[in-house]
Design a protein around this ligand. Structure first.
Ligand SMILES: [Zn+2]
Length: 273
């Protein structure tokens, strides 16, 4: 059952030497496509290059960590990148009040500018929020983007329900496999409507802690998405195949993608019928 990894940072330095093998392993693991996350103008440009090279997808955005460097010319560059045929979302953008690498006013300004850009170009938003609820939800309520995902959701029940009221899709990562800080997600995922759930690795970060053996240098990669799928399915008390089919449909609907493996599966079925 083909999966979509809706968030992988394949432009990260840890992938420079073997991105070909990483993509091949993902495909072998039935991760049919990956959306490569853009976190700065430069990284978004590199993400588009990787998407082109491997038939993947990408986003164009400035992460809240880099919001201090986000000005009008940055937004103009993102607008330019957003028309790339493989660019399926604006982001990642949002607020991060956990690390606070950029001052809050800069973060809010960059977030709002990208929300407006997403609405202007008609693309979904790829959103990041860490320790920023309820301010993050307050800003979203003003703009109400019709299509958006709260990527790498790690929050609590009130936060999840606020996002659901906003109609957001919810991205679940290997955080749910972390017995120290992700336990609450095992119950909370049951609150997510089945047409709003998405899966992602957030590679190379957030390697599932319960994977045995642990990968070299603990680097996460898209090929580990089925491990996250199985954990989510177990938490939901449902068959992994069902959850795989639903989350793939959700990703296709949100990002307007039809990935190749589905097309080739359909044509194989047609050929054998
Ligand atoms: Zn993020």
């Amino acid at each position: 059952m083909p999966l979509v990894d809706i968030g992988a940072n394949l432009t990260h330095a840890s992938f420079h030497d073997d991105v070909d093998a990483v993509v091949a392993r993902a495909r072998a693991a039935d991760v049919a496509t990956v959306i490569v996350t853009g976190t700065t103008v430069l990284e978004s440009r590199l993400a588009a290059g990787i998407a082109d090279r491997f038939d993947l997808y990408c986003t164009a955005g400035v992460h809240p960590h880099h919001a201090r460097d986000c000005d009008d010319s940055t937004i103009a560059e993102l607008r330019h990148l957003s028309v790339h045929p493989r660019c399926v979302a604006i982001g990642e953008c949002g607020l991060d009040f956990n690390r606070n690498y950029s001052p809050h006013p800069d973060q809010e300004k960059g977030f709002i500018a990208q929300l407006e850009l997403g609405l202007e170009v008609g693309k979904p938003l790829f959103l990041h929020s860490r320790d920023a609820h309820p301010r993050f939800a307050e800003i979203l309520r003003r703009y109400r983007p019709p299509r958006a995902v709260a990527h790498c959701f790690t929050g609590e029940k009130d936060e999840l329900h606020a996002y659901m009221e906003l109609g957001l899709y919810i991205g679940i990562t290997g955080w749910i496999c972390d017995e120290r800080r992700g336990q609450h997600l095992l119950t909370l995922v049951r609150d997510i409507p089945s047409d709003r759930l998405l899966l992602e690795t957030d590679s190379p970060y957030l390697t599932p802690r319960d994977m045995r053996p642990q990968p070299k240098a603990r680097r996460n990669e898209p090929a580990f998405l089925p491990h996250i799928l199985r954990t989510v399915a177990r938490a939901l008390g449902r068959a992994p195949e069902e959850v795989a089919a639903e989350t793939t449909r959700n990703a296709e609907r949100l990002f307007g993608i039809r990935h190749e493996s589905r097309a080739s599966l359909t044509s194989q079925r047609a050929a054998s019928a």
